[in-house]
Design a protein around this ligand. Sequence first.
Ligand SMILES: Nc1nc2c(c(=O)[nH]1)N[C@H]1C(S)=C(S)[C@@H](COP(=O)(O)OP(=O)(O)OC[C@H]3O[C@@H](n4cnc5c(=O)[nH]c(N)nc54)[C@H](O)[C@@H]3O)O[C@H]1N2
Ligand SMILES: Nc1nc2c(c(=O)[nH]1)N[C@H]1C(S)=C(S)[C@@H](COP(=O)(O)OP(=O)(O)OC[C@H]3O[C@@H](n4cnc5c(=O)[nH]c(N)nc54)[C@H](O)[C@@H]3O)O[C@H]1N2
Ligand code: SF4
Ligand SMILES: [Mo]
Length: 881
Amino acid sequence: MDGSNLPEIRSTCPYCGVGCGVLLRPDGAGGVAVRGDPDHPANRGRLCSKGSALGETVGLDQRLLTPRVEGQDTDWDSALDLVADRFSQTIRDHGPDSVAFYVSGQLLTEDYYVANKLMKGFIGSANIDTNSRLCMASSVAGHKRAFGTDTVPGIYEDLEEADLVVLVGSNLAWCHPVLYQRLMAARQSRGTKIVVIDPRRTASCDQADMHLALQPGSDVALFNRLLTRIDGDQGCDAEFLNKANGLSVALEAAAADDPAVTGLSPDQIEAFCDLWIGTGRVVTIYSQGVNQSSSGTDKVNAILNCHLATGRIGRPGMGPFSVTGQPNAMGGREVGGLANMLACHLDLENAEHRTAVRGFWDAPAMPDKPGLKAVDLFQAIEAGQIRALWVIHTNPAVTMPEADRVAKAIKNCPFVVVTDITAQTDTARLADVLLPAAGWGEKSGTVTNSDRTISRQRAVLSPPGQARPDWQILSQVGTRMGWGLAFDYETPAEIFREYAALSGVARRFGRDFDISGFVDLSDEAYAALAPTRWPVTESGAGDRFFGEGAFFHPDGKARFIPVRHRAPAVQPDAEYPFVLNTGRIRDQWHTMTRSGLSPRLSAHLAEPFVDIHPRDAQDLGLAPADLAELKSPAGRGIFRVRITEDVRQGQLFAPIHWTGETAPSARVDALVPAVTDPISGQPESKATRVSVARLQAAWYGFAISTTPLEVEAEYWAVARTENGYRTELAGCSDIEDWEQAARGWFGVPDADLVSTSDPKRGTVRLAFVKDNKVLGALFVAREPVAIMRDYLSSRPDVTPAQLLAGRASGAFRDPGPTVCACFGVGAKTILRSIESGAVTSLDDIGQALHAGTNCGSCKPELADLLAKAEPIATPRVAEAG
Ligand SMILES: Nc1nc2c(c(=O)[nH]1)N[C@H]1C(S)=C(S)[C@@H](COP(=O)(O)OP(=O)(O)OC[C@H]3O[C@@H](n4cnc5c(=O)[nH]c(N)nc54)[C@H](O)[C@@H]3O)O[C@H]1N2
Ligand SMILES: Nc1nc2c(c(=O)[nH]1)N[C@H]1C(S)=C(S)[C@@H](COP(=O)(O)OP(=O)(O)OC[C@H]3O[C@@H](n4cnc5c(=O)[nH]c(N)nc54)[C@H](O)[C@@H]3O)O[C@H]1N2
Ligand code: SF4
Ligand SMILES: [Mo]
């Protein structure tokens, strides 16, 4: 069938919480073309690099296609019977709290609803927690303390209507790229001021008027100073203060903090306060630099206090704005995904709420106390209290703190079920039962983005193999456990209607989350549902919250929360003198099971790295491209060294994305301790004490191959290329017979060998050839291998001799590492253009090289290259003196 004739179908991007609309055109052969939906209110046609590359991630490579029990393929009935039997048996023998679900903010609302109904209403335990505990829990707790419910007051338009946008612990340019583009467009037209508050310099600082590189974990002290200044400058909104309680106690606490702990100069702090107080329309966006902290909830309230004091909330261009990470992080909160919540923002600890939900579900059981939060949950598994675990749509063996310990706990748990789309993940490898899920593009449901807009994800491909949608798998287990009537769902629309009806019940308790306007939504209307912001009642759809007060505490008022600075729970010491910060890179999504399939996305940063300040590097004897070994009390890791002033002395930054599948010795969460915020239970993922030392590698290697290597070495990291794989390697002991080792790694016992080596310099270069085709090549040296990696990775057609030269011949010019993923434009190409004087602006680069003209995600990096490089033709101005 000619795919171009198939109609485009509207859906939503499965990555970040911006929730961009996409138009999908299946090609009739399992592929799909993707473009931004011009009519979706979140993105109006825009997409970032990850959204644009979605088409490269829907293939069958790596997919789990059949249920598996103890590594053997089986049929659905056997697998589902086994899951239901083992869960039922465990509950009979050890009670409902001996089982647990660990789920995900990437589940669709319908999946999430069924999982919660099954655990909380029917199994009768609240031991269901989600990876949102690692992500949004502090924001949820902070909102509830201040507002009485978990409400995000603002909407995306506020970013465009603000005169000042403050990014606190948010690298918006890389993590919410389309929102960042909207902000950049607004800045062009109205001159929006931007302040970034982040210990490290990020791509989001590129266009910032002010970057406050505060000490890790000192945000509370900074916002307490701001609150004190607001009060001192008569900046409080007297009328709005009638709508909130507790200012004087909060002020007292604020005044007791010393802003010097931020490490910022008094001038910097006062300039920030002046700007904030002097600008009416302020939006404060915050993300994981705030939430993932042992004082995360207090950080959230320190920010909310300032917005409440000034009445800058729920009005155009004003408000605190917690941006959500995962596509349905918000939906999961609404549906009661966390262990201490019920659906529709009802509270598990409230007896009336419990009775109402139980009655609505006609449920046989209902826990009366919160379940275990993620970190405690895995510790209970370790302690043998939880004996059956079901992990759905998340990869905790990689992303939980103390990941090695978590992996071991999962391995030792008597019964583990994992539902995933990927056959081999660090967590899937530990499962007794693996259930194949239908992935994005293959299943239908709804998600809620950061500004409360509910959008449809729609199936455009049929699920491959035996894969089934998550809601269906959960319902089938519920049915087999004996609750057929409650789980006899035929379609996601049916689940959605039930959920909407439950929100009508919640409304009776005066809850904010109300989508009861959807109770009678027909299947057709659900199929056609346009993006809609909640609340959705008979009288229409929603806008901002709290502009007129009307908070959700019993007295209708907001609460100021007195908060005091607390340094990160674990401080560096003589043995572990550095603070390791962790986070995301532009083109990868979490554990890379999907984004890592795209060669384009893998070309941006192809290897795990650690950023270190030049002076620290010098002290440690680290050179660029060395490998560094990091150790913490919890574990160790090896990372490629990047020397940069983006991080401050004593601080390091490493990305979270690499796994046992892609770089086994570079899993950052193996190092991170299981320290949590006492209120939210969210782990402190951004301040781990570590030691650093140069890895004493005996050899370094770089390989390209058509199939993945099976390597044994201290360090390896693999990435996709257009033609196969590229692998970085290093080992600490000498290898005698390189040919033998390499034949094993490449799996080519009888391919022809072409090789050159220089024993004196310790270099070995070999290529394996079969039927005139290069199957793979390996470059080994005693120092980090210096060759044209991007050239080699992109050139399958060269002869072995050319290949082994490791250098481009003739007219080919090395593009360097990819900056623009959409058009595959490399840093060296761009630098050459700048140096030749041919381009002097972002627009020029766009015209000459196309870079930055599609999704725009690379614009901050292009600007950085422009700022750093100079046209060589221009004589450099001599430095003064
Ligand atoms: N490309 C990409 N985008 C994503 C994701 C992805 O995997 N890849 N994941 C999505 C998800 S689930 C999430 S939760 C979001 C996360 O989005 P962000 O929170 O923006 O991303 P992070 O890189 O985790 O961390 C943000 C910043 O917090 C800073 N930080 C560390 N400690 C402190 C501190 O004490 N105070 C302050 N003020 N800042 C600090 C870090 O230096 C970092 O730059 O991204 C979403 N978007
Ligand atoms: N040190 C440190 N650790 C962190 C963070 C940090 O900043 N620093 N960030 C934390 C945050 S904010 C988050 S959100 C987490 C994210 O961490 P995880 O949720 O553990 O990571 P993902 O890679 O998103 O895992 C999703 C899994 O779901 C699978 N999958 C994809 N589609 C489907 C589907 O339709 N159905 C099912 N059943 N499975 C599917 C994927 O193959 C993958 O295995 O990491 C947390 N960990
Ligand atoms: S900003 Fe990018 S990753 Fe996030 S939803 Fe939009 S296209 Fe997807
Ligand atoms: Mo997240």
